[in-house]
Design a protein around this ligand. Structure first.
Ligand code: SAH
Ligand code: SF4
Length: 367
């Protein structure tokens, strides 16, 4: 099988080059070509000797996921649908803001953790993404953002990716090794050179993997909390039965010792009549009193058959105020990219439909 060099971080590339008698520094050259100059063509790599380029072309490829569609919303949010084989698609979303550009990256096709309010979870688990498929999302976004300078794109939509959040489809810590290698590339100065505080892993709470992340690559951490007690969290985030809140908060405390920021972000999806009362907010304050944290309230994004409703704007405001009055920094996530269905939790349903409707033929033809 031909080797896809997009699957390798610096260490992997050093092993690859030394494996056929080349110098280790070739790894750095190749990383820069691939990730900084967005080159997938060995021929264009002018500081590699011609003989080496020819050898690389025989031994290896640089293969990106195939783009099925790329949309730009009126607010500048962009969404790519990428083919990952067998008629499946994953999505990547770019959210431009005044002072940063955030890329929301997927880590799995589907998800096994089955949170009840999440359409990816409802889809079931298909497979882990490869490193090439994870880092390929950043590669594609960067290349597009650098090259698309057309005048009719909204303000800021062409700024480069400054932040990455692993908040697309899938549970990143359930695809640990591939996610770590992709994180290595995001942080590597010869690849994307992002600082650890600008890369966030979001997890539903796989406690042992949180500890491993701390040891291996402590980037910023977001925890999908969603409930102030185990009885409710067991229902919304079933993995809570295995790793209950007390253990999760203890893992957060350990993580903070190595984290690039001095707080953990708690995500909290606002579900009408389920977890959005003032009593829930008070219970939450009690729960996190010893954990340095910030809250990000996410208005629920509905999908067909979800069985949940988005909390009223007024309930979200009151909930936020109660947390703020207790001294907890709390933001409410803005819904972006409405016209291209790019919000959290909306990704999976659309993928399946779209894959079947508009891209099925092309995907099948490419296999
Ligand atoms: N699996 C990881 C990361 C991906 S989900 C995790 O669960 O943290 C990113 C965020 O979107 C999580 O906080 C998740 O709970 C939230 N989410 C999932 N479905 C949603 C929906 N329908 N509306 C709003 N947020 C949702
Ligand atoms: Fe998986 Fe995260 Fe969705 Fe839960 S919220 S099912 S962990 S992707």
């Amino acid at each position: 099988m031909t080797i896809n060099l997009l699957n390798y971080d610096s260490k992997g590339l050093v092993d690859f080059f030394t494996g056929f008698g080349e110098k280790p520094f070739r790894a750095k050259q190749l990383l820069r070509w691939i990730h900084q100059y967005s080159t997938a063509d060995f021929n264009a790599m002018s500081d590699l000797a011609k003989g080496l380029r020819e050898k690389l072309a025989v031994l290896a490829v640089i293969e990106l996921p195939q783009i099925i569609s790329a949309d730009v919303a009126t607010d500048g949010t962009r969404k790519w649908l990428l083919a990952v084989g067998a008629g499946n698609g994953i999505e990547t979303v770019f959210i431009p803001e005044a002072n940063r550009g955030t890329l929301c990256v997927s880590s799995q096709v589907g998800c096994a953790l089955a949170c009840t309010f999440c359409s990816t979870g409802r889809q079931g688990f298909n497979r882990n993404l490869t490193v090439a498929e994870i880092i390929g999302q950043l590669w594609i976004a960067n290349k597009t953002l650098r090259s698309d300078v057309s005048d009719n794109t909204p303000l800021h939509s062409n700024r480069a990716v400054t932040n990455v959040v692993m908040m697309g489809m899938g549970e990143p810590l359930a695809n640990f090794d591939n996610v770590i290698t992709a994180l290595d590339l995001m942080l590597d100065d010869h690849a994307y050179g992002l600082s650890r505080r600008r890369v966030t892993v979001s997890t539903s709470g796989l406690v042992p993997a949180i500890d491993r992340l701390r040891e291996r690559c402590p980037v910023a951490l977001a925890i999908s909390l969603h409930a102030p007690n185990d009885a409710l969290r067991d229902q919304l985030v079933p993995i809570n039965k295995k790793y209950p809140i007390k253990e999760l908060l203890a893992a957060c405390q350990r993580y903070l010792l190595a984290a690039p920021r001095d707080f953990i972000t708690f995500e909290y999806v606002m579900l009408e009549g389920v977890n959005d009362s003032v009593a829930h907010a008070r219970e939450l304050i009690e729960l996190v009193q010893d954990t340095p944290c910030k809250f990000n309230l996410i208005p629920f994004n509905t999908f067909p058959g979800s069985g949940f409703k988005r909390s009223a704007a007024e309930s979200v405001r009151i909930f936020r105020d109660v947390l703020m009055q207790a001294g907890l920094v709390t933001t409410v996530r803005k819904t972006r990219g409405d016209d291209i269905a790019a919000a959290c939790g909306q990704l999976a349903g659309q993928v399946k439909d779209k894959t079947r409707r508009t891209a099925g033929v092309r995907i099948e033809a490419a296999q």
